[in-house]
Design a protein. Structure first.
Length: 426
């Protein structure tokens, strides 16, 4: 059987949710391995649209076990509200388990996230202010609380009391009111009662699923360019979306990862601050933004728009081991006379084909483009690669040529049925 990682290859918002949902029909297990409810995965089928933040994208299939793994930071209030919203829309038959090692987002994390972002002025990261960064900070500082702690009320209260001694000092430093121990404790004990049926050792579950030869799909949040280790630091998220992080974030061995599917838009977008070499503005940017509905699933902020950057894609291949591409929102480019593809950068007069590691250097990179003719034909109803217009085929071939990785599928619309498979990957 197969273990496939679905990885965002750009700055997030590539369409990972749609592809995970599409591939889930072949999966026994779908796993969210990092991030939190700052992620936004939009899935459309049967004329309905769903926006997921914490919940794995296999939740719509009653035969799939959905796993929130230890690498995730979990806001119990937000997750329970998300489940309730799905149930209101008729999604009531599902399997969900949550790692007892996953970190808990606490009320002080949200308060500190907003306060720290506001202090940065013109150098804001563009955080969603969901408490993700402060939660990961506490995890690394070893003062964080975990989902499994909810099952032991006395232990949870002791740990919470110790954490609040530190976090309330931080809140006061930012001019915020301290939190009351009993109020926070009682709130989270209420969540504990509702979450208890889902909590388990998901590492044990996943290793048994591997022994049982199950098909497992690993779903990341954000994208490689937002990776804490390999992204445009410090304009990054607080975890690693790379496939290399899957083993440690789920409790399985690296040898069990078979393939990595890189999800990439046919163009580039980015939310928040940070360098963006191929960024464009004006009428073309507005056209792409409106056609592609390029507004944050979580924040609703308009996304920055740019030409496709194949240097970014090559970087994702290098650090995440991408074996195939899924090209998303391909139909958005229809009707644009000329399409530019960045194939390298010019840095201080020298041509390079890699992403520099430091922000100050990356900011000096200028895109080197190849210009390709566009197409005018409607591609939203094609059912194969062969049915694409010649110029659309050539756009795909250019991506394969520059990155050295095949395009295994492409998307020509939001619905499941508008996903065209060139070769099977799962």
């Amino acid at each position: 059987m197969s273990r496939l990682v679905v990885v965002g290859s750009q700055w997030g918002d590539e369409g990972k949710g749609k592809i995970t949902d599409y591939l889930a029909c072949k999966a026994d297990v779908v796993v969210r391995y990092q991030g939190g409810n700052n992620a936004g995965h939009t899935i459309a089928f049967d004329g309905k649209k769903f926006a997921l933040q914490s919940i794995p994208s296999g939740i719509f299939n009653p035969h799939i076990t959905n796993v929130i793994a230890n690498g995730v930071v979990l806001n119990p209030k937000a997750m329970l509200e998300e489940l309730a919203g799905l149930e209101e829309k008729g999604i009531t038959d599902y399997k969900l388990i949550i790692s007892d090692r996953a970190s808990l987002i606490m009320p002080y994390h949200l308060l500190l996230d907003g306060a720290m972002e506001n202090l940065k002025g013109d150098h804001k990261i563009g955080t969603t202010k969901k408490g993700i960064g402060p939660c990961y900070t506490d995890k690394a500082s070893r003062i964080g609380l975990r989902v499994g702690d909810l099952l032991d009320p006395d232990f949870f209260k002791t740990r919470l009391s110790e954490a609040l001694e530190i976090k309330n000092l931080e809140l006061k430093m930012y001019g915020l009111e301290p939190l009351n121990l009993e109020d926070v404790y009682n709130e989270y004990m209420g969540y504990a009662k509702k979450l208890q049926p889902y909590i388990c050792d998901t590492s044990e579950f996943l290793n048994q699923a591997i022994k049982d030869d199950k098909n497992i799909l690993f779903e990341g949040a954000q994208g490689v360019m937002l990776c804490l280790e390999h992204g445009t630091y410090p304009y990054v998220t607080s975890s690693s979306p790379c496939a290399a992080s899957v083993p440690i974030n789920t409790g399985i061995a690296p040898k069990y990862i078979d393939n990595v599917l890189g999800i990439c838009k046919a163009y580039n977008t980015r939310v928040g601050g940070g360098p963006f070499p191929t960024e464009i503005e004006g009428d073309l940017a507005h056209l792409i933004r409106e056609r592609g509905h390029e507004y944050g699933t979580v924040t609703k902020r308009p996304r920055r728009v740019g030409y496709l950057d194949c240097v970014v894609l090559k970087h994702a291949v290098k650090v995440s081991g991408i074996t195939n591409w899924s090209l998303m929102l391909f139909d958005v480019l229809t009707g644009i006379d000329e399409l530019k593809v960045c194939t390298s950068y010019k840095l201080d007069g020298k041509i390079i084909d890699y992403m520099p590691g430091t922000l100050s250097t990356f900011e000096r990179c200028e895109p080197v483009y190849e210009t390709l003719p566009g197409w005018t034909e409607d591609i939203t109803h094609v059912t194969s690669f062969e049915e694409l217009p010649l110029n659309a085929k050539n756009y795909i071939r250019k991506i394969e040529e520059v990155t050295g990785v095949d395009v295994a599928m492409f998307s020509v619309g939001p619905d499941r049925l508008q996903t065209i498979v060139i070769k099977e990957v799962f």
